[in-house]
Design a protein around this ligand. Structure first.
Ligand code: FES
Ligand code: FES
Length: 910
């Protein structure tokens, strides 16, 4: 029996051709029944609100979001087809093969739903146009956060060709080139086959397959943003059905704090600011106060409603300016709300330069709280293993980092804590922060039982970190020829209540405002501000989308004032030999002028086209921007990797190259294969053991596009050591020969970036490798509604040598799509309104142009493995500034505070 009474029903339906008699609760959804009762976990559940299409199946041939289909409404005899019913790893459906061949599965969480939706289309329209496919995915609300959609349309078109007999499966499948080399090819990522067949088990799928004694967790969370806790009463809740235990701060044996790992000594906080379970105060909406551990999820949730928390509300400071006000109280008593300051001082004092300059421009800018919006909401579980160690499985992309951040809070010795990453349905950086790791850890320790916690989408939005808003003022001085002479900057970072890496983020303002240009003299100051909005976590391109938005829009303002073309102003000032970065570093390559040269003819053609195609009702324009980001963590960033020769001649690679969904497995495979080329080993003879601290040395977290460079170099080092050990004359020893000669078969390689962290003036050589890109946006502004459509995006990028073309293209398309969202729709300012995907402005396929053009200039990186730099951050460094500059070019409205919602553009037009 459930809330709302007993609604048990019997249903006879046919699932993947097999008749099934089901006895279920009529209120349960088809998704729940497929997943929980039938264990068909190929059907994924993302939003549970009919907004993402991850749960799409066919019911009597009709595309159906199974999370919204109640069992009582499914008719007897209905034919239900799920991803498991159309193909298997040994016998792929053409759509599954096409998804692999086009890199359609990045995190792969959306893939089963998309593939089923596409099947529904091709069953009824075997010869669709690209627009038909886009219309279909839009109508059926199939959402993807990773790919930018283009590859999904490509895949559908090719699968349709196969189904029409115009192409063979063999033509579609990737073939290893004759020289046996996969570096730089379109080799599909090793995990693709599991992702497209629905056989990849993500956290929620694993959760359903845990032992019967597993306890289901529900959180008691704050519904206010700042308060003192007077009391927590669990007495009534503890008596509710199925409740095993209610965990509060009193049950936590350690410090009950997650350390924010202060990066710089001048930070005025100590980092111990984030409670695992709130004890004295609530610092933000959603803060966890108690955990109900029960036999079922519905029992846990029902009991959580009965926990009584008495609060005394305090003023909530929901932005940096509010928390910086004179009369604002300290959010963490004893630590000022402005807890870190970062100066930048490069070259000479700027005041006299500004006094004498021919032209000075200045403006204020704001880039807001972009939500990550992975399709898979946060999920994790924990247990104590047979060695007595606490094991935590989650979406963590920084396993060793998180281990040390949470162990003291839980009261566990680090050596007794094991962290494992589950396949992740997208993170884009939010999992650089621990989210629920300490919560499941605390519950497992308090109960001695396996425990499982899955967030719904509201919790994903409200209780995981967000991009930190920057409030910026930037001034630039130039001579009349457009040569930049100096820059002055001021930036305030709203980092929410928790300090984790807030100081590091603030440093990004010094490193990336004005980056890409030779500016000899810079003065500025940034600050990290504690507020009561959602905590700041890493988000792809970390700090650069904020920093570069300001300088890239201001460059256009400067061009206008000078009467120069914005492209030529950028060309004039781009890094060339003798230039230095804002931190005073010599760039490792000087490809920006080449990027601009490549873009120029496209830009001129686009300008002409925009002018010709503009009407009174629809104004068209073209905008450009320059994006730059470092590949690595600041300074001597290190990764360790083990390479082992196995008895069967295969080679195993052990490290942490965490997967957000970007393609960690492919990066590791391509790099190891390239390093082991002398062995002539086939790629499928390389075994990857990634992301389990019990077996992997520390490769470091997956952030700041460091993995391909730093972990990649670690892989190369380990493989080289193994090859050295195996070497015998002009050939290599076998495993048996190694053992017979007592030569080790396992080697630990490590690599440290030749870099040094920035000093108190923001000066240093923080990154060994950078990524560079020129973005161009072609936009159309509806002058009646103010709505902006991006009709085409172009990116000319230099990320060094390309390790895998499918992964790299996929990163670029997907990052650009997130930039379009950042420019036009996405926000998490209003906690209630923005708590769903649609509410927060998730870009569906109609928002993202099918027309995206990518070009690469592959300048070999001296410090990158086989010449590669990082990848993932580049496409989100600055595409949004190109769009905003395009809006100005189209209709003369200069947006300086994102997102450029139609009402803002309309107000500008009026
Ligand atoms: S639409 Fe069903 S999970 Fe999102
Ligand atoms: S591949 Fe589509 S959401 Fe990740």
């Amino acid at each position: 029996m459930r809330d709302g009474g007993n609604t048990m029903i019997k249903k006879e339906i046919v699932v993947n051709g097999v008749p099934k008699r089901l006895v279920v609760n009529g209120e349960d959804t088809l998704a729940q029944v497929l997943r929980s009762n039938l264990k068909l976990t190929g059907t994924k559940v993302g939003c549970s609100e009919g907004q993402c299409g991850a749960c799409t199946v066919l019911v009597d041939g009709k595309v159906t979001r199974s999370c919204a289909a109640k069992m009582k409404r499914v008719t007897d005899g209905a034919q239900v087809t799920t991803i498991e019913g159309i193909g298997t790893p040994d016998n792929l459906h053409p759509l599954q093969m096409a998804w692999m061949a086009h890199g359609g599965a990045q995190c792969g969480f959306c893939s089963p739903g998309f593939i089923m939706s596409a099947k529904g289309l091709l069953d009824t329209n075997p010869n669709p146009s690209r627009d038909d496919v886009r219309e279909w995915f839009n109508k059926n609300r199939n959402a993807c956060r990773c790919t930018g959609y283009k590859q999904l349309v490509d895949a559908t078109m090719d699968a349709a060709k196969v189904l029409r007999g115009e192409m063979s499966m063999d033509e579609l499948a990737f073939k290893i080139p004759e020289d046996g080399r996969i570096w730089g090819t379109k080799y599909p990522r090793p995990s693709a086959i599991a992702k497209v067949t629905g056989t990849c088990d993500y956290g929620a799928d694993l959760g359903l397959k845990l032992p019967e004694e597993t306890l289901q967790l529900a959180l008691v969370q704050a519904k206010v943003s700042h308060a003192l806790i007077k009391s927590i009463d669990t007495s009534e809740a503890g008596l509710m059905p199925g409740v095993h235990k209610i965990v509060t701060h009193k049950d936590i044996k350690g410090k009950n704090r997650i350390t924010g790992l202060i990066t710089f000594p001048s930070n005025k906080g100590d980092g111990w600011d984030r409670p695992i379970l709130c004890d004295e105060k609530v610092f933000q909406y959603g803060d966890a106060i108690a955990i109900v551990c029960a036999d079922t999820m519905s029992h846990a949730k029902a009991a959580a409603e009965k926990v009584k928390v008495e609060l005394e509300e305090l003023p909530a400071y929901m932005s940096a300016p509010a928390a910086m006000a004179e009369d604002a109280i300290e959010i963490h008593p004893g630590t000022p709300n402005i807890y870190f300051e970062q100066r930048i001082a490069k070259g000479e004092e700027t005041a006299p330069i500004f006094d004498k300059a021919d032209v000075v421009v200045e403006n204020d800018y704001y880039v807001g709280r972009q939500p990550h919006m992975p399709i898979e909401p946060d999920v994790g579980f924990a247990y104590v293993n047979d060695d007595g160690k606490l094991v935590i499985h989650s979406k963590s992309i920084g396993l060793h980092l998180h281990l040390y951040m949470i162990a003291p809070g839980l009261g566990v010795e680090p050596e007794n804590l094991v962290m494992v990453q589950n396949p992740a349905g997208g993170t884009f950086g939010y999992k650089f922060s621990p989210t629920m790791e300490a919560l499941v850890g605390a519950a497992a320790l308090a109960t001695g039982r396996p425990v499982y916690l899955g967030y719904n989408y509201f919790q994903q939005q409200t209780y995981t970190g967000k991009r930190s808003p920057f409030f910026m003022n930037v001034r630039m001085a130039a001579n009349k020829d457009g040569k930049l002479l100096g820059m002055e900057t001021d930036w305030s970072v709203d980092h929410g209540p928790y300090s984790e890496f807030g100081d590091l983020l603030t440093l990004r303002g010094a490193q990336f405002i004005g980056s890409g240009y030779d500016i000899a003299n810079i003065r500025g100051m940034g600050r990290t501000v504690c507020t009561n909005h959602s905590w700041g976590s890493a988000f792809r391109a970390y700090g650069s989308p904020q920093s570069e938005f300001a300088s890239e829009v201001l460059m256009d303002e400067l061009a206008e004032k000078l009467g120069m073309d914005p492209l030529e102003l950028r060309y004039k000032n781009a890094y060339r030999k003798g230039s230095t970065t804002p931190t005073g570093q010599d760039p490792e390559v000087y490809s920006i002028p080449d990027l601009i040269d490549t873009l120029r003819p496209k830009y001129e053609a686009a300008m002409k086209k925009a002018k010709a195609d503009s009407t009174d009702d629809v104004k068209r324009g073209v905008g450009i921007s320059l994006g730059v980001y470092g590949s690595g963590l600041d300074g001597p960033d290190t990764a360790e990797v083990d390479a082992e020769l196995n008895a069967d001649g295969t080679v195993s690679i052990f490290t942490t190259w965490h997967d957000h969904g970007q393609g960690a497995d492919m990066g590791a495979m391509a790099t190891a294969h390239e390093a082991l080329l002398p062995l002539g080993i086939a790629p499928d003879k390389i075994r990857l053991y990634l992301n389990d601290t019990s077996i992997c040395p520390n490769g470091g977290p997956a952030g700041g596009s460091r993995s391909q460079v730093v972990v990649g170099q670690g892989i190369k080092a380990a493989c080289n050591m193994l090859l050295e050990g195996m070497k015998k004359g002009s050939g290599f020893r076998t495993y048996d020969e190694m053992v017979a000669e007592n030569i080790p078969t396992k080697y630990r390689g490590s690599w440290t970036a030749p870099a040094n962290a920035c000093d108190e003036n923001g000066q240093g050589k923080p990154f060994a490798c950078y990524m560079y890109g020129m973005f161009m946006a072609e936009v159309a502004v509806d002058t009646k509604t103010g709505d902006t459509t991006v009709e085409k995006m172009t990116l000319i990028g230099d990320i060094g040598k390309i390790a895998n073309k499918l992964v790299v293209d996929g990163q670029m398309y997907g990052g650009i799509a997130q930039g379009i969202g950042l420019a036009l729709t996405e926000d998490f300012e209003d906690i209630q309104k923005h708590s769903s995907m649609r509410g927060a402005g998730f870009p569906y396929i109609k928002r993202i142009p099918d027309n995206m053009e990518l070009h690469y200039i592959e300048s070999e990186r001296p410090d990158g493995p086989f010449g590669a730099s990082g990848v993932g951050e580049l496409p989100l460094t600055c595409p949004h500034a190109a769009i905003i500059n395009g809006i100005y070019n189209a209709c003369g409205v200069r947006i300086t505070k994102l997102p450029a919602l139609p009402e803002k553009v309309l107000a500008g037009l009026k």
